[in-house]
Design a protein around this ligand. Sequence first.
Ligand SMILES: Nc1nc2c(ncn2[C@@H]2O[C@H](COP(=O)(O)OP(=O)(O)OP(=O)(O)O)[C@@H](O)[C@H]2O)c(=O)[nH]1
Ligand SMILES: [Mg+2]
Length: 426
Amino acid sequence: MLERPDSGETCFLLHVGLKRPCYADEIQEFQSLAVSAGAEILGEIRARRDRPHPGLFVGQGKAEEIAHRVKEVCAELVLVNQPLSATQERNLEKMLGVRVLDRNGLILDIFAQRAATHEGKIQVELAQLEHLSTRLVRGWTHLERQKGGIGLRGPGETQLESDRRLIGLRIKHLKGRLKRVEKQRELGRRERRRGRVPTVALVGYTNAGKTTLFNALTGSEVMARNTLFATLDPTIRRLSPGELDEVLLVDTVGFVRDLPQELVVAFRATFTETREADLLVHVIDVSDPYHADRKHQVELVLDAVGAGKIPCMQVYNKLDQVKDFSLHAVNGSSLPKAQVSAVTGEGVEDLAEAIRVRAVGETMCGSLVLGPEDSKLRAKLFDLRAVKAEQGNSSGGWTLEVALTAKRWKELCIQEGLSDDSFQRV
Ligand SMILES: Nc1nc2c(ncn2[C@@H]2O[C@H](COP(=O)(O)OP(=O)(O)OP(=O)(O)O)[C@@H](O)[C@H]2O)c(=O)[nH]1
Ligand SMILES: [Mg+2]
């Protein structure tokens, strides 16, 4: 049996561009991923190939150069920015004498570190096992011991079963458990649908400030951190509690380019919150020099998870970090945009109002004259907390000062046979 080298926290990065050089934003993103996994970067190297070398991904000469550099800086781990086949991973490890992990493995490791809830943990384990099952070659003995280090965390390594059949059984078992959790989630969503409470999901590139903005909008204190994938599990809260018409806001997992397929599949339930939202709020970090490209990457992932058609409002965040930012400077579509700083609170109130208007419509203020026979409707308006003041009139009826959304008004018109003429706008 072939023993794979141990892993560790000090790493060497290999950036390979296929048919083109690596772009600066990809390099920066890969560095952030490594740091987010807890790695210390001791060195890096770039390479360019027309197509991957089947055995080593890079050429023999390059691999030798990497081996030399890795030894020089004493790195414990080599991270490669491209997906490697099991064979390439093993061959590189043999040649370099250290553990090798590809980008998907690295992202899975970050997710494994972050998973906090029951659902999150099952999803990550499932994704890891699916990833593992595609690379079940030789070299299984390392799985029988529990070790630390990047790429070795999470259930993959505590998994004692060392054959494909057992992994298959475990995957089946996890899928069953996930289905049960999904069912619960579905019940929650059905409740919300029944109550016709509009749901708004915050989406965006990882670290764009979604959770910080979520906290600012809802008055919550969900953990936000300057690291990639700080949020894994969706949180749902009321937007501006106490408001007339309820809107629910969902904070969701952040995106990166080329999210590993295993994760997209395993996190299907998490993405359902996004997919079933009535409105998406796409949070964009203006202080990020690559925000335009990342915005595009988010749109690609939204398409991939089936949320590409939901109306989307773009919000430019971290305004406090840039001088003279102007929305006019942002090219592109005519979709509504907003600019905020989730940290200083600038623009947050306006954003809350804009979200509310998009989700439930404009508020209509005016007076409504009701006859004595309308007492049921009057009670309904009180229930909706739409009545601001009322006055009895001589005929036994009432004149009500009301404020309610256009959407509610339309519903009332249909249910109660009212006409628009009965409403005197102020
Ligand atoms: N200066 C500044 N920093 C911000 C602002 N909004 C968020 N941040 C910071 O950006 C970092 C990431 O914020 P999060 O809210 O965790 O970002 P996220 O989009 O939820 O990230 P993930 O959950 O990892 O996808 C944190 O360090 C925040 O303090 C802002 O308006 N201005
Ligand atoms: Mg977050």
